[in-house]
Design a protein around this ligand. Structure first.
Ligand SMILES: Nc1ncnc2c1ncn2[C@@H]1O[C@H](COP(=O)(O)OP(=O)(O)OP(=O)(O)O)[C@@H](O)[C@H]1O
Ligand SMILES: [Mg+2]
Length: 213
């Protein structure tokens, strides 16, 4: 089953950023997007994940053209089916890690999985305030928050940027197991070649074009 289908996307801010980008993602698969800083990877992620309307082209998620959905359908899609892990993680600062997860699971009608917390190595800090956690711990809380929603599609922009190599590899394994178990898909932006090479497809953003590596 095709989860994501992007057709001939182009975007520009003050100057053209990229053009004619097409890609598709099937259930159980992952796509890595690599490329130098400023090449447009995050912008492409925003377009693929319903946050930014492209200048040209279209994005279909689960067979729906997302930029033609009404607001209600879009909110429902984001809440239930999409998991977004951003470069800077937007945790609620005044809350504990656990409360941050609760917000996501209450909205999506899921439950917090203690095994996931243990595998991410955050089970022992889960009741601490987010501001009392290290950068890498906060990053893992934001990964747990997204995965606790049980999304069908995960968009992860440098999700392991604050983690050491071994922990990053552990997180990747958690993602891989999740995709298999839930027939979900993932688009991963990363500068880490070791992480990218574990994905089903690798694309490089270069000179405004996206090419499969
Ligand atoms: N909202 C915006 N308005 C104007 N320009 C923007 C906007 N968002 C991004 N840009 C510009 O588009 C270019 C690509 O930015 P983008 O964040 O997509 O790069 P990136 O490949 O994710 O880089 P990095 O690896 O550093 O995260 C940059 O030059 C950036 O300044
Ligand atoms: Mg970026």
């Amino acid at each position: 089953m095709t989860l994501l289908n992007a057709i001939s996307l182009s975007h520009a801010f003050d100057y053209p950023l990229f053009e004619d980008i097409s890609l598709s993602l099937n259930a159980g698969e992952s796509i890595a997007i690599v490329g130098v800083s400023g090449s447009g990877k995050s912008t492409l992620m925003h377009i693929l994940s319903s946050l930014l309307t492209p200048l040209q082209g279209r994005v279909e998620l689960f067979g729906n053209n997302i930029y033609q959905l009404d607001d209600k359908a879009l909110v429902k899609l984001r809440r239930n089916d999409l998991g977004m892990i951003y470069q800077s993680h937007y945790l609620f600062k005044g809350f504990s890690a656990y409360e941050n997860l609760e917000v996501a699971t209450l909205l999506s009608g899921e439950v917090i999985d203690p095994i996931l917390l243990k595998r991410l190595g955050i089970d022992h800090v889960i009741n601490q305030k987010v501001t009392e956690l290290s950068g890498g711990q906060q990053q893992r809380v934001s990964i747990a928050r997204v995965m606790s929603k049980k999304p069908r599609l995960i968009f992860a922009d440098e999700p392991t940027g604050n983690l050491d190599h071994a922990t990053a590899m552990d997180v990747m394994e958690i993602f891989e197991d999740y995709l298999k178990e839930h027939h979900a898909g993932m688009v991963l932006v990363t500068h880490d070649e070791a992480l990218a090479s574990r994905c089903t497809h690798i694309y490089r953003m270069q000179n405004g074009l996206l090419k499969e590596v």
